[in-house]
Design a protein around this ligand. Structure first.
Ligand SMILES: NC(=O)c1ncn([C@@H]2O[C@H](COP(=O)(O)O)[C@@H](O)[C@H]2O)c1NC=O
Length: 509
């Protein structure tokens, strides 16, 4: 039976009504400074915690409820005789309901220009301590930290003068999830400039939405986000129209954005199953889109398109005729939106800071029994070195770098063929490099003569050079570093192909 409640809340939403309900049910209320004042101002009787502990709130509120009289009252095991005897001896009265929400640490660190001192002052100590005590002793004590739960708790008390054990268990679980999220945010804030690969890794995310299903219809799924603005990521995106994003949409759109961030000039990226199928830069977005579409008009069907500049009427007209799942851009003109409004299922995502490259971040892969963690692959080239007798021209070099930026984002083994800043062929995810090249050539709908070739990792043999020569490919970019580099260089020299080493590999698995 709930006889006594302790209420101490920072977020005072709904607390007056809740406390009034509790008081009307005959529950005695103990409370801390600001909360007690609010309740009394509303005509609700509240006893100051300081009167119970016999100790004033002190040190700017750093110590208010941290007292054995409070924690004994919460933690005592009600059906253990010794505990009851101790309570009597020490004159501790039990507390059956604990209502706490914490200092706004998250809101504080998200404020522009926040100082370390401000952040630290907003680390709640007494609140989590009481929450944890009450959650530990949930067999007897009800703990509420979310104003959303006030109503349910009152309803149950009205019926049986207490909550059910199931409710107390669920509320306790919610508390430990909440306090661990709260502490993880503190650790991540304090450690933000430190080595990211620490001895223990505490990650915390907040649910954005449940998804209809996962990668396949029989898999459950949800989308979680990191705390903070997350500029230039999908989390910041504003959906302007269309069906809800699916699991695969989000994954593919993320792939599109990561690749798009390699470019500053007007560029459009088309993605299928996280691999690019058409990428092009142009003097404007309209030209870039036309080239990206022409790169592979077949694969773009059902794809995801990301543009790093505003999409206008002309481009929208063209895009409208293709079945696309998602279009992402920093913005869309009014005319473009009107055109797209005819295709209600098409998802349009406005992403104002689409070029933002983000901070130091973790790249995480789930493996059985754990996770693999690395920092994100932000670099591109260690050092450009021409290794052949023939040298690439200036425009060939531009195409080579353009192609290398793309191949970095293609599943390994990967080959990309490019001409005039337009992909002519993409060979993703093969178990051998020569197959990646052969597939790229076979599936291309373009004449490849005069194109440039990028490979995500070194050539183990000279076979790729020989295959490239057959197609009239004129220049190659690859990391280099194979024991048999010499053979590939010699093959290039024999065929009059130029080759550039980057010194940096870009596997993507
Ligand atoms: N130090 C303590 O003993 C302590 N006890 C409770 N608090 C927090 O004080 C806040 C409520 O304060 P007030 O009722 O004065 O507005 C709550 O967020 C609660 O979690 C404390 N403050 C921070 O640690």
């Amino acid at each position: 039976m709930i006889k006594r409640a302790l209420i101490s809340v920072s977020d005072k939403t709904g607390i007056v009504d809740f406390a009034r309900d509790l008081a009307e049910l005959g529950i005695e209320i103990l409370s801390t400074g600001g909360t007690a004042k609010l309740l009394r101002d509303a005509g609700i009787k509240a006893i100051d915690v300081a009167d119970v502990t016999g100790f004033p709130e002190c040190l700017d509120g750093r110590v208010k409820t941290l007292h054995p009289v409070i924690h004994g009252g919460i933690l005592a095991i009600r059906d253990r005789e010794e505990h009851q005897k101790t309570l009597e001896e020490l004159k501790i009265t039990t507390i059956d309901l604990v209502v706490i929400n914490l200092y706004p640490f998250k809101e504080t660190i998200l404020k522009e220009g926040v100082t370390l001192e401000e952040a630290i002052e907003n680390i709640d100590i007494g609140g989590p301590t009481m929450l944890r005590s009450a959650a530990k002793n949930h067999k007897f004590v009800t703990v509420v930290t979310d104003p959303e739960d006030y109503k349910k708790v009152v309803e149950e008390i009205k019926v049986q003068a207490d909550t059910t054990l199931k409710t107390r268990y669920d509320l306790a679980l919610k508390v430990f999830q909440h306090t661990s999220h709260y502490d993880a945010l503190i650790a991540s804030y304090l450690g933000k400039d430190k080595d990211i690969l620490r001895e223990t890794l505490t990650l915390t995310y907040e649910k954005v939405q449940d998804l209809r299903y996962g990668e396949n219809p029989h898999q459950q799924a949800a989308f979680y986000r990191e705390v903070g603005p997350q500029r230039g990521t999908l989390v910041e995106g504003i959906q302007l129209q269309g069906k809800e994003l699916s699991f695969n949409n989000i994954n593919d759109a993320n792939g599109a954005l990561e690749l798009l961030k390699e470019f500053d000039e007007p560029t459009v990226v088309a993605i299928k199953h996280t691999n690019p199928c058409g990428v092009a830069s142009g003097i404007n977005i309209d030209e870039a889109y036309s080239k990206a579409f022409e790169a592979d008009p077949l694969s773009i069907f059902g794809g995801i398109v990301a543009s790093n500049d505003v999409i206008g009427e002309k481009t929208a007209e063209r895009m409208k005729d293709v079945f696309l799942e998602v279009i992402i851009a920093p913005d869309f003109t009014k005319e473009a939106l009107e055109i797209f409004s005819e295709k209600q299922n098409l998802r349009l995502i406005k992403l104002p800071h689409i070029k933002a490259r983000g901070e130091k971040a973790l790249d995480i892969k789930k493996v059985g029994g754990g996770i693999l963690v690395q920092d994100t692959n932000k670099a591109l080239i260690e050092e450009l070195k021409v290794v052949t007798e023939a040298k690439p021209t200036k425009s060939q070099l531009e195409d080579l770098i353009f192609a290398f930026k793309i191949v970095k984002h293609v599943k390994s083994n990967a080959i990309v063929l490019v001409k005039d800043k337009q992909t002519l062929a993409v060979g993703p995810g093969q178990t051998s490099r020569i197959w990646a090249l052969k597939n790229a050539i076979k599936n291309s709908q373009h004449i490849l003569r005069g194109s440039v070739l990028a490979s995500d990792a070194f050539f183990p043999f000279s076979d790729c050079v020989e295959e490239a020569a057959k197609e009239g490919i004129t220049t190659i970019i690859q990391p280099g570093g194979s024991l048999k580099d010499k053979e590939s260089i010699q093959a290039c020299n024999e065929k009059g192909i130029s080759m550039v080493f980057t010194g940096m590999r870009h596997f993507k698995h």
